[in-house]
Design a protein around this ligand. Sequence first.
Ligand code: 4NP
Length: 160
Amino acid sequence: MKLEPYRILFVCLGNICRSPSAEGVVRHLAARANPPLLLELDSAGTAGYHIGAPPDPRSQAAARRRGIDISDLRARRVEPNDFSRFDLMLAMDRENLSALERARPRNSRALLRLFLEYAPGSGFHEVPDPYYGTAQDFERVLDLCTSAAQGLLDELQQRS
Ligand code: 4NP
């Protein structure tokens, strides 16, 4: 019998700041999970402004400072097939969660959640959009992604 990975899609608006950061942090931390977790991770945007673009240089720099390389990721838009391909779709904020709920095809199987449900102690329910913000805002994205990634991986470890 072939073991199926647990498939998670991280979703923000442009897929160049928050969701590639989330994907990179979860991949980085999951690589150290013991016992190992079989995961398939990806990220996408609810808008198509930046399709094909690498992560924002400010997100790449913030990730790199933590030893995480997200330079090879490329932005794409959420597509209908994602709702049947992924087990879990984690939105960075309520606006993107609502966009997913509206776009969700009938009978799709993915569970839709806010990513920060896995970081209950962070004081935040949403990962604030850093696009028009400062370097500090990009650091906060990485901090929040790290907290939620740990909560998510802990839960997956307990389940497996
Ligand atoms: P993200 O950030 O949703 O975290 O990738 C944004 C990126 C681009 C834009 C807005 C937010 N934009 O308006 O182009």
